[in-house]
Design a protein around this ligand. Structure first.
Ligand code: ADP
Ligand code: MG
Length: 361
């Protein structure tokens, strides 16, 4: 692993203050050239973790290793300027009195003028800003300014690039385009990067590996598919995608002399569960994760639910539905099915990947 974090803890305030650590027991690794994304609610410790990697915070336990060199542990603390880490923040932090070329060249003072100029042109090409060398930050759009910030961070060829919610000041459409663009730029440069966001779509668009954080802990560090289909904890299941937990009864029945396991919810029985998943489900009550994608609108279904909220999402609606039992489920429904609030519609569960958790007591 190129970046390796082991049992990392970061605590603000003095040791023994009994404050809740901002980062606790985090383990993660990134191979060279890989892009990792940290996602989680505000205050969960994402920025603190990046600052510790950059050397801007000391660690209270564990270690950070970059390219086989321990840069932080209880004994060692390599100063930030010796780590050669590039950073891009939410506020573009460009120098307002310097033009684009000088902003980008800022970290290249160790090069001679010709080399510096060549590298500036190279990264301008990379971020698609050729011809803008002599413009000043205030003459650029937010998206262009953020591209300059990225170019400036990439220019000195950092060992690792850290990006802390770099697009959160931009509008949604631009944010989505930039996240794809930045991913290809980083891949073209072969840069190893750790990107922080609170936006799931951005995380899925950017990351080779995605980590979900909550209250200082990293709940899961995995690819998007695994996070979505095999969430490690209830928090991850709840945080990723649109879903609810519904009560499920898992029962054994003897049918024609053989034992069959059934998973029954307020939506009826869940079918099509693969035999090995079924085999692992414990008999009794549990909570089953029902994603909006698992609920299909079907006029022929005997299960009826009332629309209590609807949100237009382009090709589909996200409907919030209430069953007769009072249970709430979510459903993605193609947007040509435009039903009114209060209307009752037929629904049917189609759950391929069954995810269950013990009931909360
Ligand atoms: P995120 O970036 O995920 O929003 P942060 O890393 O900024 O989270 O914060 C994690 C926790 O550490 C929060 O409880 C926050 O209040 C606390 N915290 C952050 N910075 C400081 C600081 N400089 N001093 C004390 N506590 C801090
Ligand atoms: Mg933050």
């Amino acid at each position: 692993m190129y970046l390796e974090i082991k049992q990392l803890g970061v605590q603000y305030g003095k040791a023994g203050d009994h404050v809740h650590p901002a980062v606790a027991a985090v383990d993660l690794g990134l191979a060279a050239g890989e892009i990792g994304v940290l996602i989680g609610p505000s205050g969960c410790g994402k920025t603190t973790l990046l600052r510790a990697i950059a050397g801007l915070e000391r660690v209270s336990s564990g270690s950070i290793t970059i390219a086989s060199r321990v840069v932080s542990d209880l004994r060692a603390h390599v100063p930030p300027e010796e780590r050669r880490i590039g950073m891009v923040f939410q506020d573009y932090a460009l120098f307002p009195h310097l033009d684009v070329a000088k902003n980008i060249g800022f970290g290249l003072r160790h090069l001679d003028a010709a080399q510096r100029k060549a590298r500036v042109v190279e990264v301008l090409e990379l971020v698609g800003l050729v011809g803008q060398q002599h413009r000043y930050p205030h003459e650029l759009s937010g998206g262009q300014q953020q591209r300059v910030a990225l170019a400036r961070a990439l220019a000195p060829q950092p060992t690792l690039l850290l990006l802390d919610e770099p697009f959160s000041n931009l509008d949604v459409e631009l944010r989505e385009r930039l996240s794809h663009e930045v991913r290809s730029i980083l891949k073209a440069e072969g840069t190893t990067a750790l990107f922080v966001t609170h936006d799931q779509l951005e995380a899925f668009a950017m990351g080779d590996v995605i980590g979900v954080m909550h209250q200082g802990q990293l709940h899961q560090w995995a690819d998007a598919y695994t996070l979505y289909h095999r969430p490690a904890t209830r928090f991850v299941a709840d945080f990723i995608g649109h879903s609810v937990f519904a009560t499920a009864k898992i029962e054994n029945h003897i049918e024609n002399g053989t034992l069959h396991k059934h998973v029954v919810t307020a939506l009826g029985e869940l079918h099509d569960i693969s035999p090995n998943v079924l085999a692992r489900l414990p008999i009794g009550e549990c909570d089953v994760l029902l994603r909006a994608d698992d609920i299909v609108h079907d006029d022929a279904s005997s299960v009826q639910a009332q629309i209590t909220r609807k949100a237009f999402r382009g090709s589909e609606f996200l409907y919030t539905l209430q069953l007769k039992t009072g249970e709430i489920v979510l459903a993605h429904v193609p947007s040509h099915h435009d039903h009114q609030l209060g209307e009752w519609i037929g629904i049917r569960p189609v759950v391929d990947h069954v995810v269950t958790f013990p009931k909360l007591i």
